[in-house]
Structures are given as C-alpha cells and as structure tokens.
Unconditional design. Structure first.
Length: 497
C-alpha cells in the first residue's frame, strides 16, 4: 500500500531513536506501531476519517506524535490544542474546527471531559486504546488536508491555517536542504507543540531525516543547560526571548559550570533563531559567548519558512537572508507595484508549494490574503546588499511577545467582557526580553477602579498567560481624533513617556 511520505521514511529509519522524553525512548518502529493502533481506534468501524478534524491535547511529544500520526494515518486533519489555553480558548478552537472528536491523555482527561461534556463531543483517552491485532488503514492522497494550526491576526478571533500533506512536505524539504539536516542530528524540543516553529521546523524536519528529538516538558534553563553541557545536541532552535534568557542566566552562573555549558553550545553544528526579530546586539552577544553565529530566519504559520540566512556563507545580524529553496518572495509597494530595486521597502509576498491551502471555513479571509496567487504576509521588508531586512508589520493590531503572535483585537474583545471596563485599547510595547509586551489603556465605568493586578487576576480565566496585559494606563486623558478615537501610536507614545 502507498503510504504518506513521512510514514515511508519512518519505516526506513526503523530502530533508530526518534524521541527521548524523560526515561522513555521511542524508536521510529515504535512510533509506527503506536500510531497505527491509534489510527485503528480513531477509525472505529469507518474506512477513512475523510478529512474530519480531530482535536488533540497531548503535550508530551511521544503521546503527541502517536496521536498526530494516528490521525494522519486514519485520514483525518490533526488539530493540536494548547495546554496553556483557557477553557474559553479551547472551546473556541473545538467549535471553530468542528472537531469530530477529541483525543487526550489521562493527565488531561478530567479537564477535557468537563469541556467536552459541555459541548457534547466524544473524547478518546490515549491510554485506553487497545492494541489491535490487525490494522486496515486507508491509503491517503498527500494532496489532502493534514493539519490546522490556529494563528492570531488582524481579526478578533484566531483563524485556522489549513495545510495539506504536500504543503508540510514542501516546508520540511526546503529546511532539510537549506540547513543540511542529518540522521545523526539531535535537537532539543521545549517550544509549544501547536505552533509551526516546533511542529515543522523542529519535530517534522527531525523525523523526516531520521534524527533524534530530546523532549522537555517546558522551557527550563537548568535542565536544558545540563544536557547542553553533556553535549547532547547538534542542532538548537529557539525564539529570541530564549537566547536573551540564556545570556542572562549564563552570565550569572558560576564560572566552572558556565564553561561546560558554553562548550556544549560551541560544539553544535547549527543554532537557529526565529519567530520574532533577533536584535543585532543579541546576535553579537551570543557569538562572543559561544562562538556561534545564530542563523536567523523568517516565517509565518501560513507559509512555513520563507527567508533564511545561509547555512554556509555570511549570516548577517539584523537580516533574515534570502528565499529558501522552493520559495518565491517578492516585495510589493503601497501602490501595488513589485519592487525590483534594493533599498525600497514593501510588503513581503510569498508563493510556492510551502504556502497553506486556506483558512478553515473562511473563504473570504483566504481570498483577501492572496494577490495574484501571492500570499500577502503583512510584514514589511527591504532588500539591502542581497539580504532581506524585516522592518515591521503593516498592522498595529499584531503583537509578537516571547515569539507568540497575539491579536490586540482578540485581547480587547475579551477584556471588554469585564463589567467595569467601558473601553480599552491594547498595544504592544518594545521590551528587551519579550520583544514586545502587552499593554492596556482603559476607560472605566463611572465610579469604578481597577488595578493592573486585579485585571490580571480576572484575565487568568479567559486569556493564555502570554496574552495578559503587563502594563495599564488610563485612556481618558489622551486626545481623541475626529472619529472620537485615541490612536494606537498615541497610546504607545504615552506609555513610553
Ligand atoms: C510569560 N511572562 C511574560 C510573558 N510570558 N511576561 C511578559 N510577556 C510575555 N509574553 C511572565 C510570566 O507571567 C511569568 O511571570 C514569567 O514571565 C515566566 O513565565 P513562564 O511562562 O515561566 O515563561 P517561560 O517558560 O520562560 O516562557 C518563555 C518562552 C515562551 C519559553 C519564551 O514564551 C515560549 O515558549 N515562547 C515561544 C512561543 C513559540 O513557539 N512561538 C513560535 C510561533 P512571573 O514570574 O511574574 O509569574 S510560530 C512562529 O512564530 C512563526 C511561524 C515562526 O517564524 O516561527
Ligand atoms: P506566526 O503567525 O506565529 O506564524 O508569526 C509569524 C510572524 O512572526 C511573521 O509574520 C513576522 O511578523 C514574525 N517573524 C517571524 N520570524 C521573524 C524574524 N526573524 N524577524 C522578524 N519577525 C519575524
């Protein structure tokens, strides 16, 4: 039977270790057996899930892969959920994706049962799946839909970005070629498994190549440094905030320990930064400490990775390099003309097999995000001496904090549910560690007052922690424009004074 390419490749990787997680080691062969069993259970008595969405909450990588590959092998669309999400956020994702059922692990069973009972969704607990004696799995056309990752943007609710098996393969092959992934690579995983950075760049690329992933329950400096000092890794990928946190930690460590960790970093063959701008001084600082030139690249949930500094050749601080293999990039001026000269800024537009299929159930939004077959990223860049430099985003409503993309509109609409707040404006403020932090300016209902701490406590139930405002001010004193609105740049300016 013809298998999905990632499955075929896993068969050839056989008894190599795919994942190490705590004391557990999973070979490619184990992963194939487990995911086939999971697929058989998901199918129940059907022949094929026929692109039904299956949402799953399984943050441990071994469980995650068992479920993700199980869904793929049963013909479903995998919709990973965030274990940082609030009940309200999970309910939105389950409803929006029209999940046919939910898969989770014993650890999250109670939480998910409570939620799934409420919205009448069937739930499968991974540990309850029996070993099947025979698995008749369907043949899957790789042009079919494979995954939905939710992304925040210029709408008040996150949109589901749909990719096919072919899209995912194009995204993987481009990176494997550009960054020279090898089967003897070992990479740590500590980023969340519901964003493309972890899902494609780390996990999918490693498994495609037959490499090994060492999975950590979360980003924890001590445990990661211990393994780096033991020279456990050849490749490392993280967001700028993590490099900044690592610099701070390394500089306050006892000398003998620090030297071992620095040596572990120095020995790696590749260290990558992305998901947000890497400040040039952080690049320089990291190079001084470890001798490593961080490879900065640029990507987006809708397109995978598009631009990258080279594996071999000049890695220029403050720049994101050139188009990756198979990816076409152009800059479009505000007048809608393609920019052919250097030093002129324009919107980054991307075309190629790496580009997503559609926003789930949002045909107008999908259509609006393309122009003549090119995906419009909303990021503004300039080409300087052959390398692209990102200048910012065209929308003030998108905030990048700790590598997470946040929608100011989503946070505003959630916070407006607070009974004491009559108006609010959310903005991102520059921050040395987080890139940007979320800040809020409010108008309160007459006679009401709210401290930042009280607001944060209220937000715990409805917003993931990285969306919660870190600074607060009163909006009432700011001047309004002819429309009666305070503009976001004015709010940002006021915060910074
Ligand atoms: C947490 N804190 C914050 C934020 N997050 N403060 C300000 N802004 C934030 N965003 C506070 C907490 O409240 C807490 O405060 C303290 O910081 C530590 O929180 P904790 O959760 O423990 O932080 P952490 O575990 O150190 O997390 C930092 C992190 C995480 C590891 C950088 O944010 C992360 O995993 N980010 C990566 C997300 C990602 O994968 N993005 C890629 C998206 P207190 O101590 O007072 O309680 S994909 C993408 O962007 C595209 C396609 C691409 O190009 O890759
Ligand atoms: P997401 O929607 O989470 O996939 O985030 C994609 C966005 O992250 C892009 O549209 C950019 O704004 C930002 N981004 C990713 N990589 C970089 C980078 N190297 N420099 C600046 N911004 C980046």
């Amino acid at each position: 039977m013809k298998q999905l390419p990632i499955i075929d490749r896993a068969i050839s990787h056989g008894d190599s270790i795919a994942v190490q997680s705590d004391d557990q080691r999973l070979t490619y062969h184990d992963l194939l057996t487990r995911s086939a069993n999971a697929a058989a259970s998901f199918l129940d008595s059907q022949d094929d899930l026929n692109e039904k969405c299956v949402a799953f909450l399984a943050p441990n990588l071994i469980d995650y892969l068992t479920v993700q590959w199980g869904i793929w092998r049963a013909g479903g669309i995998a919709v990973p959920l965030s274990h940082f999400a609030t009940e309200k956020e999970l309910e939105y994702t389950l409803g929006n994706s029209e999940a046919a059922f939910v898969v989770t692990t014993r650890e999250y069973e109670d939480q998910m049962i409570a939620l799934c009972d409420l919205i009448k969704l069937r739930i499968i607990v991974l540990e309850d799946i029996q070993n099947a004696s025979e698995n008749h799995l369907p043949e899957i056309d790789p042009a079919r839909r494979a995954m939905i990752l939710y992304t925040s943007g210029t709408t008040s609710q996150p949109k589901g970005v749909v990719t096919s098996h072919n899209t995912i393969q194009a995204q993987i092959e481009s990176l494997v070629e550009a960054w020279k992934w090898q089967s003897d690579d070992r990479i740590p995983l500590f980023l969340p498994l519901y964003h493309i950075h972890a899902v494609i760049n780390i996990v999918a690329c490693a498994l495609w190549t037959g490499a090994e992933i060492e999975s950590f329950p979360r980003f924890n400096l001590d445990s990661i440094f211990t393994r780096v000092a033991a020279r456990a890794f050849t490749v490392f990928m993280a967001v700028p905030t993590i490099y900044i946190k690592m610099i701070q930690a390394l500089e306050s460590m006892p000398e003998s320990e620090r030297l071992k960790v620095l040596d572990g970093f120095a020995k790696m063959r590749l260290m990558v930064s992305g998901s947000a701008a890497l400040p040039a001084q952080v690049y320089e600082h990291w190079k001084r400490l470890t001798g490593q030139s961080l490879l900065e690249r640029y990507g987006m949930t809708e397109i995978g990775m598009a631009l990258s500094n080279p594996f071999e050749g000049e890695r220029r601080p403050g720049y994101v390099g050139q188009p990756l293999p198979g990816v076409e990039v152009r800059l479009l001026s505000e007048k809608g003309e393609e920019i052919t000269a250097e030093n002129e800024s324009g919107e980054i537009q991307v075309r190629g097999p790496n580009v997503f299929l559609e926003y789930w159930n949002r045909p107008e939004a999908t259509q609006a995000s393309f122009r003549d077959g090119w995906f419009c990223t909303g990021d503004v860049a300039v080409l300087e001496e052959g390398y692209y430099r990102i200048m910012g985003r065209s929308s003030v409503d998108i905030i990048k904090s700790g590598g997470y993309k946040l929608s100011a509109l989503e946070i505003e609409s959630t916070i407006l549910d607070h009974p004491d707040i009559s108006e609010c404006v959310i903005v991102g403020l520059p921050d040395e560690t987080w890139g940007e932090v979320v800040a809020i300016a409010t108008v309160m209902q007459p006679g009401k007052q709210l401290s930042l701490e009280e607001l944060q406590a209220w937000c715990q139930d409805c917003l993931s922690s990285y969306k919660i405002p870190r600074r607060l001010m009163n909006l009432e004193q700011l001047p309004r424009n002819a429309m009666g609105k305070v503009t976001k740049p004015a709010v940002q300016k006021q915060f910074q004074e």
